[in-house]
Design a protein around this ligand. Structure first.
Ligand code: PNS
Length: 158
């Protein structure tokens, strides 16, 4: 059974994330979305809200589940008996940080590999931060986030 972890903050989940989730689900037996509970940051959405929005988003994907985690990603991967971390790469600007994370994870956990998926071109500019900015200016969000996120985002911004 090949289990992959797709970690992130998901504040909130975007269609770019969802694209990576669907493609990963086609490659692995089970994909666990790991939502980071980062006590050092103050996200717009609570951990529970982020997990619930993701659960709604992946409702039709049988081999995808959503969980939160705290602490080191590689520890979470080990607990879940996974040796694969998935990350999406949008552009060169992502590369430095992603490479640093992948290499430091591999230094402390040589048995765990990071697999990078290139983001589909239509989502190459998209980020949770841009979506939150657009929401503040009443931009139509249908091209950017799953349907179930739109009203929650608009309520939050108000
Ligand atoms: O969506 P994000 O914020 O780009 O995701 C970043 C994430 C959650 C993958 C990263 O911050 C992470 O793995 N945090 C857990 C702590 C950890 O393992 N740190 C060491 C590797 S950088």
């Amino acid at each position: 059974m090949r289990v992959a972890i797709y970690p992130g903050s998901f504040d909130p989940v975007t269609l770019g994330h969802f694209d990576i989730i669907k493609r990963s689900a086609a490659m692995f037996d089970h994909v666990i979305i790991g939502v980071l509970n980062n006590t050092a940051k103050t996200p717009l959405f609570s951990l529970e809200e982020r997990v619930n929005m993701l659960r709604d988003t992946v409702l039709d994907l049988d081999n995808v589940s959503v969980e939160s985690f705290q602490g080191l990603l590689v520890d979470f991967a080990r607990i879940k008996k996974s040796n694969t971390i998935i990350r999406g790469l949008r552009a060169l600007t992502d590369f430095d940080l992603e490479m640093q994370m992948a290499q430091s994870n591999r230094t402390v956990a040589p048995d765990i590999d990071t697999v990078f998926l290139s983001t589909s071109v239509q989502y190459s500019y998209l980020s949770s931060s841009i979506v939150k900015e657009y929401a503040r200016y009443n931009v139509d969000l249908r091209e950017f986030v799953p349907e179930c996120v739109i009203s929650k985002l608009m309520d939050k911004i108000k």
